[in-house]
Design a protein around this ligand. Structure first.
Ligand code: ZN
Length: 312
């Protein structure tokens, strides 16, 4: 009996000791990992009959939709994360279904799976815990390793990735390899800035926390081939704000953008910057557009603080 227990214990220990680290599959890793051998798939008509140029045209037709945003949604924390053990939260994509919405993009309630349930005495905000889609966008990629290797960067470089503020972007960069992040060429960010973020807001969003916003802008500076970068920013979050509050909010929002380079760089704000703010900014490398959208979707009027800012 003792012998049996001893052998069982040894076997259990060996399982834990010999368990190899599980590397991410190529090409999710970065370039320092060698490209593995792969079947040339020469019997497949896609490779046997189509030139590389034609294959790229097919891939782009299947994987790219430049008419709408590819929202990156941050899933809610797991029980383990809520108990305080930090982990990278998973992200999911969701093709925009509210491209014509008049509200700021971060208020695409349908895209982000948030809805209000009115009751006689109070309203309850519901949020989708996990984002799932049936768009089958990854179906082509997983047909074989060679197709995967040819298509992955087209998926990343051709679509417009939309992030909900700094927390959404920083969470995303924590979940993809640096080389895939560098492949992205089109980014849209929608967020809200407050003239001063109170301490209790540090782990929530909106509004932006200055530290997260700085990290977000640093991440955008890393992108070497940024073709289009667009922001829509809400600053007038209530009717009566003093000029100094508005100036402070605008400077906090815009100054960190100065180091970012993009071929087309547009920043939409809901108020015209004062001369004081323009002087503080100096020469800017973006086009500033003043546009007032309907300020608040009814859902976010009731619950403006969302649970997406606790990624770090
Ligand atoms: Zn949307």
């Amino acid at each position: 009996m003792c012998d049996f227990l001893s052998k069982s214990l040894q076997k259990t220990r060996s399982i834990f000791k010999s368990k190899p680290p599980y590397p991410p599959a190529w090409p999710l890793q970065d370039e320092q990992h060698p490209k593995p051998q792969m079947n040339a798939q020469e019997q497949c008509p896609i490779f046997a009959k189509l030139s590389a140029e034609l294959r790229v045209m097919v891939y782009e037709a299947v994987l790219i939709d430049s008419s709408r945003y590819l929202h990156i949604c941050t899933n809610r924390r797991s029980k383990r994360e809520r108990r305080g053990r930090r982990a990278v939260r998973s992200n999911a994509h969701f093709w925009c279904i509210e491209q014509d919405s008049p509200f700021p993009t971060w208020q695409h309630a349908g895209c982000y799976g948030e809805w209000l349930e009115p009751t006689p005495h109070y309203s309850t905000v519901h949020t989708r815990p996990i984002t799932t889609t049936d768009d089958k966008i990854l179906s082509l990629l997983i047909t074989c390793r060679r197709v995967y290797s040819e298509t992955l960067r087209i998926l990343y470089s051709g679509n417009t990735f939309h992030f909900r503020g700094g927390p959404g972007l920083v969470a995303f960069t924590s979940s993809v390899s640096p080389s895939l992040w560098m492949s992205i060429r089109h980014v849209h960010i929608s967020t809200q800035h407050l003239y001063s973020a109170p301490p209790w807001i540090l782990n929530e969003w909106p509004p932006e926390n200055p530290d997260t916003w700085a990290t977000c802008c640093q991440k955008l500076q890393e992108l070497p081939n940024l073709q289009s970068l667009t922001f829509d920013m809400t600053l007038k979050w209530r009717e009566k704000l003093r000029a100094c509050q508005l100036n402070y909010g605008l400077e906090a929002a815009l100054l960190p953008l100065l180091g970012i380079n993009a071929k087309s760089f547009i920043v939409e704000v809901d108020m015209s910057p004062s001369q004081e703010v323009r002087d503080a900014l100096g020469h800017v490398n973006f086009v500033l557009v003043v546009k007032e959208r309907p300020r608040t979707h009814p859902l976010y009027h009731h619950s403006p603080i969302l649970d997406i800012g606790d990624y770090n």
